[in-house]
Design a protein. Structure first.
Length: 133
């Protein structure tokens, strides 16, 4: 069993690795695989804005390339007063790559967090079950 507060703290720490050149909006993520390993991510911006990548996808893709396929939870931290929720693109990636039961801890600038499943954040999601071979 994982400790939510530890995962949240790792996401907060990951913010220092962000490269928000244009928005100055630091986001960190910590994705916990069922193996027990935690993968960190941070947002990295590019002057061609479409090439920017969010912290959540950075963490998820790092885990996938390392061979992870099963996940328990992700914490996402920012500096704003509001809780940081994954954007639509990240929600799609997380639900597909990490499963509908993934626990999502959304963290505000004070270190407070609230929890949902990714399925609650993206109900009726589109997935591979809709694709024909």
């Amino acid at each position: 069993m994982y400790n939510a507060k530890d995962l949240v703290q790792q996401a907060i720490n990951a913010k220092s690795r962000a490269l928000p050149t244009y928005s100055n909006f630091h986001v960190g993520a910590a994705l916990l695989a069922k193996s027990g390993k935690v993968y960190l991510g941070a947002n990295i911006e590019n002057s061609s804005y479409g090439l920017t990548i969010c912290a959540e996808r950075t963490a998820a893709f790092s885990a996938i390339i390392e061979g992870e396929r099963e996940f328990e939870a992700i914490a996402i931290a920012g500096d704003s007063d509001d809780y940081i929720s994954p954007c639509g693109a990240c929600r799609q990636v997380l639900v597909e790559m990490c499963g509908k039961g993934l626990q999502v801890f959304m963290v505000n600038g004070k270190g407070e967090f609230k929890q949902n499943t990714i399925d609650e954040l993206i109900p009726y999601s589109f997935g591979k079950e809709f694709l024909k071979p």
